[in-house]
Write a protein of this length. Structure first.
Length: 173
C-alpha cells in the first residue's frame, strides 16, 4: 500500500497514541505505566505547541509519525511490524527538510534498533546521559548540515520516492 503523509489533526490522537505507546514499549523494552489519557494530553498540550507533527499513513492506518521543529526531533515512531519499509527514514527526512540545517534528538541507549537507524542516516552520537523520568541511559544525536539537504525546501517533506510535497500546518487546537 502507498505511503502518504498528512499533518496531524486532533482527531488522529485516538489512533496515534496507542500506536506510539506500543512502538515505544517495543523499542525500549519497558512498559509505560502512565494512563493513555495522560499520554494523549501530553501530545496535545506539550508536543503540539512546540512541534510540527507529520503522520505517515498507509490508506487510513497510521504507521508512524514525527514531531519536530527547526532544531530538534521530539518524537519519531514507526508502528510495530512496519519497520524496514522506509517509513522511519521518510519521517526523518521530513524533519531534516523542515530544519534550520541541523537537528538534535535523544533516544534511549538500550534502543539498539533506533541507534543503528540514526547512525545509518547520518546522525552522530555526541553525548551519553541519563533520562530521569524513565530511569534509563540516553544518547544525544546530532545531524549537521550536509550536501543532501543544501537547497532543500523547508516547506516540503521528502517521501521515500524522493519527490517533494508541500508541508501543511497542523491544527493544534
Amino acid at each position: 500500500m502507498t505511503l502518504h503523509f498528512a499533518p496531524f489533526e486532533i482527531p488522529m490522537a485516538e489512533a496515534l497514541v496507542p500506536m506510539w505507546r506500543e512502538s515505544f514499549e517495543h523499542g525500549v523494552g519497558i512498559v509505560d505505566s502512565h494512563p493513555i489519557d495522560e499520554q494523549r494530553a501530553y501530545l496535545i498540550d506539550c508536543v503540539l505547541p512546540e512541534h510540527d507533527v507529520t503522520v505517515a499513513l498507509q490508506g487510513d492506518r497510521i504507521v508512524g509519525f514525527v514531531a519536530s521543529n527547526a532544531v530538534s526531533v521530539s518524537q519519531r515512531f514507526v508502528r510495530v511490524g512496519c519497520h524496514g519499509q522506509g517509513i522511519g527514514r521518510a519521517l526523518l527526512r521530513c524533519a531534516m527538510a523542515a530544519s534550520a540545517g541541523s537537528l538534535w534528538l535523544y533516544t534511549f541507549a538500550r534502543n539498539a534498533r533506533a541507534r543503528r537507524f540514526y547512525e545509518s542516516n547520518g546522525l552522530v552520537a555526541v553525548a551519553f546521559g541519563f533520562e530521569p523520568v524513565w530511569q534509563q541511559g540516553d544518547v544525544r544525536y546530532e545531524w549537521p548540515l550536509t550536501p543532501m539537504t543544501v537547497g532543500a525546501d523547508p516547506n516540503c517533506v521528502n517521501p521515500p520516492d524522493g519527490s517533494l510535497r508541500p508541508r501543511r500546518e497542523h491544527s493544534a487546537r
